[in-house]
Each structure stands twice: as structure tokens, then as C-alpha cells.
Write a protein that binds this ligand. Structure first.
Ligand SMILES: NC(=O)c1ccc[n+]([C@@H]2O[C@H](COP(=O)([O-])OP(=O)(O)OC[C@H]3O[C@@H](n4cnc5c(N)ncnc54)[C@H](OP(=O)(O)O)[C@@H]3O)[C@@H](O)[C@H]2O)c1
Length: 223
């Protein structure tokens, strides 16, 4: 499968690339093509030394607009504030069957701790905003409660669940398969994209619990 990661130069993007390159061809998308190429080279070296002969995929870098073309799965691993601008630039580049994935958490920190921006400021969830700004019906949200530190540590099993929201069942099924390729990660379907806020809001909650109780990179697992 061809997987593009816009914002792939960030921590989450690195984790996605390192986890999925075992079986898939990855493109790192950036506002700066040179930065994307450098990150791709660095991730590929890590993948080669970690996976050796079992490595089937490749990682390359490109500017984010071209990375959006010709991909089966497009991860938008970018800040909430940049959704509108990014979508405007890529909306006519995405293929009809491309599945667009949002791990985006609209979050900020104030005196009370980490808070979920849409609740505080009556704004839209990341998934809602993204779907509103893209022609694709295949928008899925997931990975909100996965720590980039754990995702990047490819020797580690995540031993976690991730909630998945989406309205297109085929897109959800395909993303669930991809999630299942990450060691120790179980996808749990939550429902329609309209309730993605429930999953997104768990991240500031986890970070508050982490800070107050000195927990390192906590995740969520339903038992
Ligand atoms: N970090 C975590 O543990 C974690 C966990 C769960 C969910 N998330 C969510 O996953 C997403 C990615 O997280 P991250 O920590 O990897 O993010 P990040 O490092 O803050 O940003 C990722 C990339 O987005 C691009 N970017 C930054 N500012 C931008 C702007 N104003 N406009 C367009 N692009 C911009 C940058 O790429 P270029 O400069 O190369 O374009 C950057 O490398 C975020 O939405 C975050 O809420 C993060």
C-alpha cells in the first residue's frame, strides 16, 4: 500500500513511518521538500538497521502537496490550526479512493492543565473540521491516545487500544487492518466521525493524569 504522511517530519509521523515501512511504501510530506527528504533518509536508515531483510517497504520525502497525490492512505499528522490551509492545498490532489486519517488533537495548556479546545472555545473537532474541508468521504480518525515516544520505539509493543471513528465502513476496515500491523495496538471502532471529539478529548485527560501522577506516556486499554 502507498501511505503518505503530511507532517511526517514530526514525532508522530516518524512513528507511523517506522511502524508501517515493514510492509508499505511511505512518503513523508512537508512544507519543505528538503526537510522531508532528510527525514525520510534518516527513518530509512533506522528501518534498515532494525528490520534488516524483513523490510519490504521504502521511505521517500516530498513536498506535502505532491505527497498527497497517488496515495492509498493519507495521514494528516499536523496541528489543528493548520487543517484548513493544508486541506485547501491538497483537496484537488487526493484520489477518490484515498483514505484520509486524522490523529489530530485540538489541545492547549492553561492554568487548569491540558484542555480540549473545541469544548473551551465552541470549535469543531479535528475530524469534523477536516471532513468539512475535504471532498473525500473516506475520512477516519484514530491514534489520539498513542504517545509518539512509544510509537517511535519500534521494538516496543504498544499494548494499547486506539479508538477509530469514521462513516465509510470500507475505509474503517482498511485502517483497522493497518492499525493491526502495529505491534500490540488494537483498533476499537467508536462510531461515526461526528463523535470523534470523544476520542480526541481523551488526550488532554491522559496528559493531565500523566503530569499529576508522574506516569510516563500512558495509553488506554479497555478490559
Ligand atoms: N505527539 C504525540 O504524542 C501525539 C499523540 C497523539 C496525537 N497527536 C496529534 O498528532 C498530530 C501530529 O503530532 P506531532 O507531535 O507529530 O506534531 P508536530 O511535531 O507539532 O507537527 C508535525 C508536523 O506538522 C507540520 N507543521 C507544524 N506546524 C505547521 C503549520 N502551522 N502548518 C502546517 N504544517 C505544520 C511540521 O511539518 P513540516 O514543517 O515538515 O511541514 C511538523 O513537523 C498533532 O495533531 C497532534 O495533536 C500527537
Amino acid at each position: 500500500m502507498k501511505i503518505s504522511i503530511i507532517g511526517g517530519t514530526g514525532g508522530m509521523g516518524e512513528g507511523f513511518a517506522l511502524r508501517w515501512v515493514v510492509n508499505h511504501d511511505i512518503t513523508i510530506g512537508s512544507r519543505d521538500a528538503e526537510k522531508a527528504k532528510n527525514s525520510a533518509e534518516q527513518y530509512m536508515n533506522t528501518a534498515l538497521s532494525s528490520y534488516g531483510n524483513s523490510l519490504k517497504g521504502t521511505i521517500k520525502g516530498a513536498d506535502y502537496v505532491s505527497s498527497a497525490t497517488d496515495s492509498d492512505i493519507l495521514i494528516l499528522s499536523i496541528p489543528y490550526e493548520s487543517i484548513k490551509l493544508t486541506c485547501d492545498s491538497i483537496s484537488n490532489k487526493i484520489g477518490n479512493d484515498c483514505i484520509v486519517v486524522s490523529p489530530i488533537v485540538p489541545m492547549e495548556r492553561n492554568d487548569a492543565g491540558f484542555t480540549y479546545i473545541p469544548f473551551e472555545k465552541s470549535m469543531k473537532s479535528a475530524a469534523h473540521l477536516l471532513a468539512e474541508n475535504l471532498p473525500s468521504k473516506k475520512v477516519v480518525s484514530a491514534f489520539h491516545t498513542i504517545s509518539e515516544v512509544k510509537l517511535k520505539n519500534i521494538k516496543e509493543s504498544l499494548d494499547s487500544d486506539t479508538f477509530v471513528c469514521g462513516d465509510d465502513q470500507d475505509a474503517v476496515t482498511k485502517l483497522n487492518q493497518l492499525i493491526g500491523e502495529i505491534k500490540g495496538l488494537r483498533p476499537l471502532y467508536l462510531g461515526s466521525l461526528s463523535i470523534s471529539y470523544q476520542a480526541e478529548a481523551l488526550t488532554p485527560m491522559l496528559l493531565n493524569a500523566s503530569k499529576k501522577n508522574k506516569l510516563k506516556h500512558p495509553g488506554i486499554k479497555l478490559i
